[in-house]
Design a protein around this ligand. Structure first.
Ligand code: ATP
Length: 365
C-alpha cells in the first residue's frame, strides 16, 4: 500500500474549470473521502488519480512514483465502480480471478488468491455460483473481491454503494469500514452522501465547485466548519444560521441578539460593522426557563429519544434537537440558549468562518 499525493491538480474542460488547484495527501492505509454535491468535481479528481483523465496541470504521486502522465494500466491502482461492473456470463470465481488472469498468473496462484479473497469477504460458498442470481450486496462483495484480489497499492471507489437502498447502504458502509480495518488499504472514496463519508472516513475533503473547501476528520468538519457551505452540507438537520448586524472586537466573547446576550468562542479577528451569521447546530440548542432568545414553536417532529422542534424567532427559523422528555407543543413560547463552545460565526459576504479559539488548527483546502 502507498501514500497518494495530489499537488495543485487542475482539470479544465474548455473554459470550464471542473477541478481547481486541489492539493491533498492520502496517507498510507488511510480511508479518504471526497465529499460534495453533484458536479463539484469529485469523480473528475478520482479519474485523474486513476489515470482515466489527463490533468490540465498539477501532479499525482503514488508512493515514490510520479504517475501524473502514466496510463491507467501503468498505475498499481484498483478502481471500484457501482455493482454493475461484473461480467454476467461468468461465475463469482471467474469474476474475482479475472484481473489475475489478465496479469498472466498461473491457475494454482489464481485459485489460491481468489479463495483467500472470498474468505476475507465471507463469500466462499458463492464462488461457483453465477453472478446473475446474486443479491445486490453479494454482487457488491464480488466487485470488491475483484479489486482486493490484485493487492494493488490503492483503491479508488466511485459511489460504489450508490445503487443500494438506504438501509442496505448502511450495512455495506459498516462492512466496507470493517474490511478497511482489516486490510488497511489506502482508499479514496467518492460520495455525495455525508452519512457515508462521516461513518467511514479517516479524512474528508469537502468539495464545492471544483475547490476543496475543507480537509479534516469527520469530527473536525462537523464541529469546526470553515465555511457556511461546509456547515450547511454536513449534518441533518443542517446547521442553523442566524443573521446578525454587528461588528466584533478581537477577543469578544459575547454578542447581543434581540437584547439577549449570547456567549461565543473568543474571536481572533476584528470586524467592522458588518453582516455576520451565527451558526449553531440543532443539538447545541436547549430551552431555558428564564433567559435566551425568544421564539414560538412552529413544528415538532418526534424521533423517539429526541425531537426536532422548529422555532420561529426574530432572527429566522431555528431547528433544535432536544430530548423527547422536554415538553414542546406547537404555539408554545420558548427561550433558546446555545452551547457557547460549539458556535461558529461567519462573515456573510464571503461565507467564511471568523477565526476563534474553536477553529485553531483547522485545515482549509
Ligand atoms: P456527480 O456526483 O454528479 O458525478 P461530481 O462531483 O463527481 O458529480 P464530476 O463528474 O467530476 O462531478 O463533474 C464536475 C463538472 O465537470 C460537472 O459540471 C461536469 O458536467 C463537468 N464535466 C465532467 N466531465 C466532463 C467532460 N468530459 N466534458 C465536459 N464537462 C465535464
Amino acid at each position: 500500500m502507498a501514500e497518494i499525493r495530489v499537488n495543485r491538480l487542475q482539470k479544465n474542460f474548455g473554459e470550464f474549470v471542473a477541478v481547481k488547484e486541489s492539493s491533498f495527501t492520502v496517507k498510507n492505509g488511510e480511508f479518504f473521502c471526497l465529499l460534495g454535491p453533484s458536479g463539484c468535481g469529485k469523480t473528475t479528481t478520482l479519474r485523474m488519480i486513476a489515470g482515466l483523465e489527463l490533468p490540465t496541470s498539477g501532479e499525482i504521486i503514488l508512493g515514490d512514483d510520479d504517475v501524473t502522465f502514466k496510463r491507467a494500466s501503468e498505475r498499481d491502482i484498483a478502481f471500484v465502480f457501482q455493482l454493475f461492473a461484473l461480467y454476467p456470463h461468468m461465475n463469482v470465481r471467474a469474476n474475482i480471478g479475472f484481473p489475475l488472469k489478465c496479469d498472466g498468473l498461473s491457475r494454482p496462484e489464481i485459485r489460491k488468491r481468489v479463495e483467500e479473497t472470498a474468505q476475507i469477504l465471507r463469500i466462499t460458498d458463492l464462488l461457483d455460483k453465477p453472478v446473475s442470481g446474486l443479491s445486490g450486496g453479494d454482487r457488491q462483495r464480488v466487485a470488491l473481491g475483484r479489486a482486493i484480489v490484485r493487492k494493488p497499492m490503492a483503491f479508488l471507489m466511485d459511489e460504489p454503494l450508490g445503487a443500494l437502498d438506504s438501509e442496505f447502504r448502511h450495512v455495506m458502509c459498516n462492512e466496507l469500514r470493517a474490511l478497511h480495518n482489516r486490510l488497511k488499504a489506502t482508499t479514496v472514496y467518492v460520495t455525495h452522501d455525508q452519512l457515508e463519508a462521516m461513518s467511514m472516513a479517516d479524512t474528508i475533503a469537502v468539495m464545492n465547485q471544483g475547490v476543496i473547501e475543507q480537509l479534516g476528520s469527520p469530527r473536525e468538519i462537523y464541529d469546526r466548519p470553515v465555511s457556511m457551505f461546509v456547515a450547511d452540507f454536513i449534518g441533518s438537520p443542517s446547521m442553523n444560521f442566524l443573521n446578525l448586524r454587528t461588528g466584533l472586537k478581537a477577543g469578544s466573547t459575547s454578542i447581543f441578539i434581540d437584547q439577549t446576550s449570547v456567549t461565543i468562542p473568543a474571536v481572533r479577528e476584528e470586524t467592522a460593522e458588518a453582516d455576520l451569521v451565527l451558526g449553531v447546530r440543532p443539538e447545541n440548542i436547549f430551552f431555558s426557563d428564564s433567559d435566551g432568545l425568544p421564539g414560538d414553536v412552529f413544528g415538532v417532529e418526534y424521533l423517539g429519544t429526541t425531537q426536532i422542534v422548529t422555532v420561529t424567532t426574530g432572527r429566522g427559523t431555528v431547528k433544535a434537537r432536544i430530548s423527547s422528555d422536554t415538553k414542546a407543543e406547537i404555539g408554545d413560547r420558548v427561550r433558546l440558549k446555545f452551547r457557547p463552545d460549539k458556535l461558529s460565526i461567519f462573515e456573510k459576504s464571503s461565507g467564511r468562518v471568523l477565526k476563534s479559539a474553536l477553529h485553531e488548527g483547522v485545515t482549509h483546502g
